[in-house]
Design a protein around this ligand. Structure first.
Ligand code: ACM
Ligand code: ZN
Length: 280
């Protein structure tokens, strides 16, 4: 954190809830729903212990990370066990919630109030739009731009990171020529073609705080492979973020090649753009 702060970088932690929590629920199975199946990786939202646990974790996290924002995930919860868990059903009855998406919103709003009381702002993936959007939440739009646009129109700040343009775990060149990656394809030119403001009028585009590139590392086991997946596409994501008058791709590619050479001379391991096979 000190190294980042010295370079004007703020590190924002992401603590996943209510889904993607297999590791927590393995250690704390009492936070699972009653009758939860083996594949279940969601917290039980009907159980008060869930909130005690999450708030205690967030308290520790806030002690370590001074960032104004805390990301609470919110993506890809199956919400399946909630439909039959007596505690979740009881919670839905008490709170007059009719769908399990609203039950997720109950959790998000409650965690938002907790974070706000501690002077922090909640960020969540665009699934947090599905029930009722927590009043001060920042939406991170990954399943396309639609969620981000909807949230920005409703007056929320958003961060754009749509899969088609911002997922650095996807293949960056003709897949058979590449090390194993996530099964989708995002070459440099496609990455560079993204407009984070989505051609929205300024009054709405002003809610776009910026962009994010995601390098999920299931397939990435070394730092040099990490650098290979990041560069040169991260140059495109950066320019998408900071430039409001991007140049044509040919000009960008020329500059990316120069940056690639600088990176290599400094001992990094970028993808070799000169060997790109290109769109197929
Ligand atoms: C995500 O990629 N599941 C946010
Ligand atoms: Zn439950």
């Amino acid at each position: 954190l000190a190294y980042a702060a010295a370079r004007h970088i703020t590190v924002i932690p992401e603590i996943e809830m209510p889904g993607h929590s297999a590791e927590v629920l393995h250690a704390y199975p009492e936070l699972l729903c009653q009758h939860a199946g083996k594949q279940n990786t969601d917290f039980c939202v009907g159980n008060e212990q869930t909130f005690l646990f999450l708030e205690n974790v967030l308290k520790e996290v806030m002690k370590v990370f001074p960032s104004k924002y805390i990301h609470i995930g919110g993506d890809e919860a199956s919400r399946k066990a909630w439909k039959t868990c007596p505690r979740c059903q009881q919670r839905m009855k008490e709170e007059k919630l009719t769908t399990v998406a609203e039950l997720q919103s109950y959790l998000t709003e409650r965690i938002e109030r907790f974070l706000n009381r501690h002077g922090r702002i909640l960020i969540g993936w665009d699934e947090i739009l599905e029930g009722k959007l927590a009043p001060n939440a920042v939406v991170m739009s990954w399943r396309g731009e639609k969620g981000g646009i909807e949230a920005a129109k409703a007056g929320h700040d958003v961060i754009m990171t749509p899969g088609r343009y911002c997922y650095l775990d996807h293949y960056q060149d003709f897949p058979p020529s590449q090390p194993k990656a996530f099964g989708s394809y995002m070459p440099l030119e496609q990455c560079y073609s993204f407009d984070p403001a989505c051609r929205l009028p300024d009054s709405i585009a002003n809610h776009v705080l910026g962009v994010q590139g995601n390098l999920w590392t299931e397939q990435v086991e070394t730092m040099s492979h990490c650098e290979y997946m990041l560069y040169p596409r991260l140059f495109a994501i950066a320019e998408n973020g900071w430039s409001n008058s991007k140049t044509d791709f040919a000009d960008f590619r020329r500059r990316a090649l120069h940056m690639q050479d600088v990176w290599v001379s400094r001992g990094y391991h970028p993808f070799d753009l000169r060997k790109e096979i290109g769109e197929r």
